[in-house]
Every structure is written in C-alpha cells, then in structure tokens.
Design a protein around this ligand. Structure first.
Ligand SMILES: Nc1ncnc2c1ncn2[C@@H]1O[C@H](COP(=O)(O)OP(=O)(O)OP(=O)(O)O)[C@@H](O)[C@H]1O
Length: 223
C-alpha cells in the first residue's frame, strides 16, 4: 500500500497534511502518536470512510478494493448481550444472501474460531466471555473474510499484559502464515517494538517513518 501526499480534513480543519508512507504486503506497521494527531482520521481514510482532501491511497492492485479487517479498541459487551461467541464472530460474514450460513461459511467460521482459540467457548454467551476472549472474538470477526490488511485501532488498550501478548501473538501468526499486512495504532512502544517491523510516528503535521529498530530512543525512554 502506498500513501502519497495525503491530506485529510474535517471541513476547514486540516488534520493531516503531506503524509507519505509505504506498507509492503505481509509487513507490520506501528502507527504511534499523541492524542489528537489524526491516527483515527487516517484509519477512517484507509477504510474509505473519509475522502482525502489531497493525495492518494493506493492499494496493491489499482482499481481493486483491498479487503480490510478492523479490530476496534476493546469495548465490553455486557452479560445480557444476546449472541453466542460463535454467532458474534459470524456477524461480519459478508455476502450472506440467506439468514442462515451455507456450508462454506460454516467451514470458514469453524476454521477462524479454531485459529483464534475460540472453539471451546463457541456456544458461551459472548457477554460472559473474559476480556481476552472477547477481544479474540473481535479479531476473529475481522479475519473471517480473509482480509489482506488488518487494522488494529488501539485494540490492546485496556487489556492486561498477558492478553495483549496473546492477541498480538495471534496476529503475528496470521501475518506470517497468510501474508497479512498489519497496521497497529498504539501508544504502547514496547509492544510496537516487539511486533512491528516499521513505524510511522505522527506529530502535528510532521511524520517520521522507518524501521522499528530505528525508532528514536528518547521516544522509547518516555514510556
Ligand atoms: N468528525 C470530526 N469532525 C471534526 N473534527 C474531528 C472529527 N473527528 C476528529 N476530529 C478532530 O481531528 C483531530 C484528530 O482526531 P483523531 O481522532 O484522528 O486523533 P487521534 O490521533 O486518533 O487521537 P486519539 O489518540 O485520542 O484517538 C482532533 O483535533 C479531533 O478533534
């Protein structure tokens, strides 16, 4: 994916100006920056929800829309939430013409449930699942349509350390096994350094990119 001279705004308010970066297929990019610099705005543009004011976002094959999976920041689902873990994951199956799943969809659902370690709790109400399990269910939802790019939007914030590593270990498995590109929006520099291979540092209208090993040291020590 190639982002060139990208400018994004809300009406008259410019949020991003002249942003350039490249993400190679199968690579893992950490997007780091303080509150309000425009990380979520960038995600909205990547998802096609916000039209650039200028510049381009080019996906690998021109004209073909890239399939993107999105994992939000953890949000609790209360105990009354009426779906099982399995039904919750199935929610994002696209192209469903019928109210029930066909054979291929059932197979894909089982596969992704197995890959995200959710089979054992498939029939449990999702509201009764643990925080880590719920977040794995969001990940499974994002992966079920076999995306080429996965966007993790502060998806590890408010998870404890064990759950963070568990989630990102799974993401790394998909990244390496299935050539999935990953964009990880985060404030967590140690996590970024452990999993990402490249970084994009966003400051107000100033952007730095590089290999994760070259992340400026003073930024790392702040954490
Ligand atoms: N729908 C909107 N209309 C107008 N301004 C907005 C809108 N959404 C965000 N903004 C403004 O755009 C700027 C960037 O917001 P954005 O949410 O992209 O930042 P962020 O880096 O994701 O912040 P955080 O880390 O807090 O999530 C902020 O000044 C915000 O107030």
């Amino acid at each position: 994916m190639n982002v060139q001279r990208l400018a994004l705004s809300y009406g008259d308010e410019d949020v991003i100006d002249d942003l350039n970066f490249h993400l190679q297929a199968g690579h893992f990019l950490a997007v780091i920056g303080e509150n309000g610099v425009g990380k979520t705005t960038l995600v909205r543009a990547l998802l096609g929800q916000l039209k650039p004011k200028a510049g381009v976002i080019e996906f690998s094959e021109p004209k073909k829309k890239m399939k993107i999976g999105y994992v939000p920041q953890f949000r609790n689902l209360d105990e009354e939430y009426p779906l099982s873990v399995r039904d919750f994951v199935a929610l994002s199956l696209i192209n469903r013409r019928l109210p029930w799943l066909n054979k291929a969809e059932v197979q894909r659902l089982d596969e992704v449930m197995q890959q995200t370690n959710l089979l054992k709790i498939a029939n449990r109400p999702v509201g009764l699942a643990s925080g880590g399990e719920k977040q794995r269910a969001y990940l499974a939802q994002a992966l079920i349509n076999r995306p080429e790019l996965l966007i993790l939007d502060e998806s590890t914030a408010s998870l404890d350390n064990e759950m963070k590593y568990e989630l990102l270990d799974l993401v790394a498995k998909f990244q390496h096994g299935q050539d999935l590109s990953v964009i990880f929006i985060t404030h967590d520099l140690p996590l970024a350094q452990r999993y990402a291979d490249h970084f994009l540092m966003m400051e107000h209208f100033k952007y730095t990119t590089g290999k994760i090993a070259d992340l400026p040291v003073e930024q790392v020590e702040e954490q």
